[in-house]
Design a binder for this molecule. Structure first.
Ligand code: SF4
Length: 767
């Protein structure tokens, strides 16, 4: 391991735990706070509020200090389920979460509602915007059919988005960000195998052996409990951390062992580990015999992959494979695999994640302390439960185009769920999608960007609900400027958290009024509904009139827990642990079965058969689906997330960009885009040094990035962070939309966008 790799971050447990409060302190107005600690506020109007961070939709708790209407400080909430390591530990916010402060007061935000008149976007009042939206929705339904409007409202914290677009308006069409853009193979295989589609995170604090498989969980996580829980396990239990990743990440740096795997060969490594565990009788025979299905088929696949064969495929020495397999099995059931996007976003991702998930069943770590916890949600009341009006679900009478039309029969994905992201441009060409409503998302960053740009331009109606101008909002017919999470009431319930034995709920009130002329999403949706009620004489649209405010609606949802938002957020914290639950719940569930082989799942088995895959664990080499490297494009490119940026929507914040440049030792450079991380061997062969501008080219497109030469990238593998360049909130800034390199490749079962692309890299202007 290089010195550069060792020193690239300097992250320690304390620096991580303290990062939130230190950075927050740096932006506070020193000395003029506050009234409750006895300090003279100098006559200023000082207030505090609790809220939840939605910058990555994982709602870490936040305490906000406001002076004269401006947010001056933001910190975490101690003990918070998502923002701390559990009881008695400090709650913080990650750099992106802290960025909410800048975002809220950012003059680059969309400040007014806009509608397109005579080809131009023009500022209008909210009333005019709602009326225009309703008019266009009515005429769109008459001309094209409401079923051809695509619902692209991802990661919404207000559960009425699907009520408005699906049930009231009547579109059955949705692009599912989770299944097709984030980690479809992990979600789908988890659900089919019996451990749930959303139970993929280990019980970190209680684990003795954690494998971060294709995940940089100390830098790109789902709430900070993940990073903190992992570090707690190392510190308190002496847990072993292993990272399997082509890139030497911050997580690899903190690991006992880094396995720099050849990209897209994870499925072979998982089968080889199973080979060792079965051969050496290290598996949980009692669990396998009594609670699983398809072990014989799994055993056969594992027998075909001895570690020596896997070493050839993966580049990981056979003795390392044996060591990790034994360590994992011997620590079980206090052993967990953290698998998510890294192994999912590739053409053979479905099978790779099945092979990896199978290891959990093999060692019997299912829902046991330190293993793969089957997390549970708190039972707040659903929309249907709190709605006192009957209404018609109009979408249920419409057949989605993906299954209705023969054109899509070649896509096995039609059997799974929703429209695959990469199919949308083709469906626009075929006239089966004619409009879109997008909330807080940039689909132009998540798959064949050029085709998506064209599709957005061709659509008859584009509605954007967002805080920033981007590739969608700039091309929209209606732009509805959304409040940030500091400007609205929030309610969050989650499953995985720092409390493996408790369901929990978290909530808070708006810290400041919406800045400029913006509105919370709840108010935007109810405004559209009221306008639709006037235009259509359909009283179903009046269902939101039963709530005076979002807080009323939240209180109704909390009624099952005998709580109100006021009670939840008026004390020293903004969360409640509401119900305790045990491990090994499957022991009381007669229907539980852990499936190694998915042949029991009818529709899934059909999709697999059409794709020519076995339903059992199986090794599928890279290139069977998706791109292959070649003499012309010899490097494997993969775009990645960073804790500084996510969802392609936060990069305009200069402070985050500065931090990010510093993290990469490039803060002296006059460049604030994403970087091309390349191994010294590959860089030298091309005459490239750190700080050089380079051209990255695939068979589909090209773009320019600044090079960061680092041994953190294995030879033959290059990466860049996504979310920058063309179509972003700063399209004229530095950086590149990495999806301009992309050519529609996807996992054939789930439709997940495959982000592995064959490229070459040349010095700028070179040939
Ligand atoms: S992990 Fe960071 S961005 Fe995500 S909710 Fe927590 S503080 Fe916000």
């Amino acid at each position: 391991m290089s010195n550069q790799a060792q020193s690239s971050s300097g992250l320690t447990r304390r620096t991580l735990l303290k990062a939130g409060s230190a950075a927050a302190g740096a932006v506070a107005l020193g000395g003029c706070l506050s009234s409750d600690d006895g300090t003279d506020s100098g006559g200023a109007d000082v207030s505090k509020a609790f809220g939840n961070c939605w910058m990555c939709s994982h709602n870490c708790g936040q305490e906000v200090t406001v002076v004269d209407g401006s947010v001056v400080n933001i910190t975490g909430v101690d003990g918070h389920p998502r923002g701390s390591a559990g009881p008695g530990t400090e709650g913080t916010l990650c750099p992106k979460g802290l960025g909410q402060q800048d975002k809220t007061h950012d003059p680059k935000r969309i400040k007014e509602p806009h509608i397109r008149k005579n080809g131009e976007l023009q500022k209008v009042s909210w009333e005019e915007a709602f009326e225009f939206t309703a008019d266009r929705l009515v005429s769109f339904a008459d001309e094209y059919g409401e079923e051809t409007l695509l619902d692209a409202t991802s990661w919404a914290e207000t559960p009425i988005f699907s009520t408005v677009w699906r049930e009231l308006y009547g579109t059955p069409e949705r692009i599912s960000r989770g299944i097709h853009v984030c980690a479809g193979p992990t979600f789908v295989t988890g659900g089919m195998m019996g451990v749930g589609s959303n139970n993929r995170v280990p019980d970190y604090q209680n684990s003795d052996y954690i494998i971060a498989w294709g995940r940089n969980q100390l830098n790109s996580f789902a709430g900070q409990f993940e990073a903190k829980g992992t570090l707690e396990a190392i510190e308190n239990r002496g847990a072993t951390l292993v990272t399997i990743d082509p890139q030497h990440t911050i997580t690899a740096e903190k690991s006992d062992k880094w396995l720099p795997i050849e990209p897209r060969t994870d499925g072979a490594l998982a089968l080889a580990m199973a080979n060792v565990i079965i051969e050496e009788d290290l598996y949980d025979q009692e669990f396998v015999e009594n609670y699983t299905h398809g072990f014989d088929a799994y055993k056969e696949a594992a027998a075909d992959m001895p570690p020596e064969d896997a070493a050839e495929i993966t580049g990981i020495p056979a003795e390392d494979i044996r060591e990790v397999a034994r360590g994992f099995a011997e620590a079980a059931p206090r052993a967990g695999i953290s698998v998510w996007t890294g192994t999912a976003q590739m053409g053979n991702g479905w099978k790779a994640t099945q092979n990896i998930t199978a290891l959990n069943g093999l060692v019997g770590n299912i829902d046991r302390p330190g293993g793969l916890r089957l997390w549970e949600y708190a039972s707040t009341a659903s929309f249907g439960e709190v709605c006192e009006m009957d209404y018609t679900n109009r979408a249920q009478f419409k057949e989605p185009a993906i299954t209705k039309y023969e054109e899509y029969s070649d896509y096995p994905v039609r059997h799974i769920t929703d429209i695959a992201h990469n199919l949308v441009p083709e469906m626009v060409d075929n006239g089966h999608i004619n409009g879109i409503v997008v909330h807080h998302d940039d689909p132009l960053k998540d798959g064949n960007a050029e085709e998506w740009v064209r599709a957005i331009e061709e659509m008859a109606l584009v509605i954007s609900i967002d805080a920033y101008w981007n590739g969608v909002s700039r091309n929209a017919d209606v732009v509805l400027p959304e409040a940030t999470s500091l400007e609205k009431d929030t309610l969050g319930t989650g499953n995985w958290s720092a409390y493996p034995n408790h369901k929990w709920v978290t909530g808070g009130k708006a810290a400041v009024d919406p800045q400029w002329n913006t509105k919370p999403d709840f108010d935007i949706l109810t405004g559209i509904a009221s306008a639709m009620a006037e235009k259509t004489d359909n009283d179903d649209w009046r269902i939101f009139e039963q709530w005076d405010s979002h807080e009323d609606f939240i209180d109704d949802q909390l009624s099952t827990l005998d709580l109100t938002l006021e009670e939840l957020s008026s004390g020293e914290k903004n969360y409640e642990l509401v119900e305790e639950y045990d491990y090994e719940k499957w022991k009381d569930n007669d229907n539980f079965v852990f499936r190694f082989d998915l042949d029991q799942v009818g529709s899934f088995a059909q999709a697999a058969e059409e794709a020519g895959m076995s339903t059992a664990p199986e090794w599928i080499p890279p290139g069977t689906y998706g791109d292959s490297t070649s003499d012309e494009y010899p490097l494997e490119f993969y775009d990645v997330r960073s804790v500084f940026f996510s969802h392609g929507s936060n990069q305009p914040q200069e402070r985050l960009q500065d931090h990010f440049a510093k993290r990469n030792d490039l803060n002296e450079e006059d460049y604030r885009g994403n970087y091309l991380h390349i191994n010294p061997e590959d860089a030298e062969a091309r005459g490239i040094e750190t700080g050089d501008m380079v051209t990255v080219e695939s068979k589909t497109g090209s773009g320019e990035l600044m090079a960061h030469v680092t041994e953190n990238a294995r030879p033959g593998f290059v990466t860049a962070e996504y979310g920058f360049g063309e179509t972003s909130a700063t399209p004229d800034g530095e950086g590149m939309n990495t999806m301009t390199l992309h050519d529609k490749q996807m996992d054939p079962i789930t439709g997940q966008v495959d982000r592995h692309i064959a490229v070459d890299v040349k010095p700028e202007g070179g040939d």
